[in-house]
Ligand binder design. Structure first.
Ligand code: PEP
Length: 256
């Protein structure tokens, strides 16, 4: 295998509501130290809002990008406690939109998520749109329908020539240690690719599709070797610098 046989995988760490400013800087430094220039991957870390600036300063000049975990759809105004894409655009390159925890705990609707995506793109931030079915949908054979309906509503009116990333995260696999089998993940990714192909034709191939749900350094390889999986969105494992960097190292996608 030569260096050129390795395709670039996109690995995104979602730190969720973990780390203080100080521990976020320590974690970012540890990841930077181990990853910098060693592997041919795109790596993004998503700390809490309060640490975004410090982490982006810590990672300045490295090959690790920074993302936010959420944003509001409005540019500015009387929306106490919220952060706009315009504000984020000065400190990060990515933003996670529609994570299942936001959909569930904060009742975020498909329409709101659609507006956030449009706002992120107009502020030149790459949105990472999360979609995925819950266990009930899967058990009732409705997983594909659920994901189609989220995608159709969330992507409504979007110019998919813009840079966007889609993460398939089955809700039942997030933080549970019960990752989806590679077959289930690939089957859904193929479905997503078909939906995208209906919207944008061949250009759908250029949209990175990430799998998320209990990914770790031991199982990342089987996901990124699937035909339609381009990387992973990682929660728990991204909080441990050593484990996260091993995960990144194990994410080399040999020719598929
Ligand atoms: C996530 O939060 O998006 C996630 C996939 O979490 P975990 O890796 O812990 O399952």
């Amino acid at each position: 295998m030569t260096y050129d046989d390795i395709a670039v995988a996109l690995i995104v760490g979602n730190w969720k509501m973990n780390t203080t400013v100080n521990s976020a800087i320590t974690l970012a430094n540890a990841v930077k130290f181990q990853i910098e220039d060693q592997f041919r991957h795109e790596v993004v870390v998503c700390p809490p809002y309060v640490s975004l600036h410090s982490v982006s300063e810590t990672l300045r000049g490295s090959n690790i990008a920074v993302g936010a975990q959420n944003m509001h759809s409005e540019t500015n105004g009387a929306v106490t406690g919220e952060i706009s894409a315009e504000m984020l655009s000065q400190i990060c390159q990515y933003v996670i939109v529609g994570h299942s925890e936001r959909r569930t705990y904060f009742s975020e609707s498909d329409l709101f998520i659609n507006l956030k995506l449009l706002a992120a793109l107009s502020a030149d931030i790459t949105p990472i749109l999360c979609v995925g079915e819950n266990l009930e949908d899967r058990d009732s054979g409705l997983a594909h329908d659920m994901v189609s309906s989220q995608l159709e509503a969330n992507l409504n009116g979007m110019d998919l020539d813009s840079k966007i990333v889609i993460a398939y995260e089955p809700v039942w696999a997030i933080g549970t240690g019960q990752s989806a089998s590679p077959e289930i993940a690939q089957d859904m990714m193929f479905h997503i690719r078909e939906i995208l192909a209906d919207l944008v034709g061949n250009r759908s191939e250029a949209i990175p599709l990430l799998y998320g749900g209990s990914v770790n350094e031991d199982n990342i390889g089987v996901y990124v070797s699937q035909a339609d999986i381009d990387g992973a969105l990682v929660g728990g494992t991204s909080l441990n610098a050593d484990a996260f960097c091993r995960l990144v190292a194990n994410a080399s996608r040999t020719e598929r």
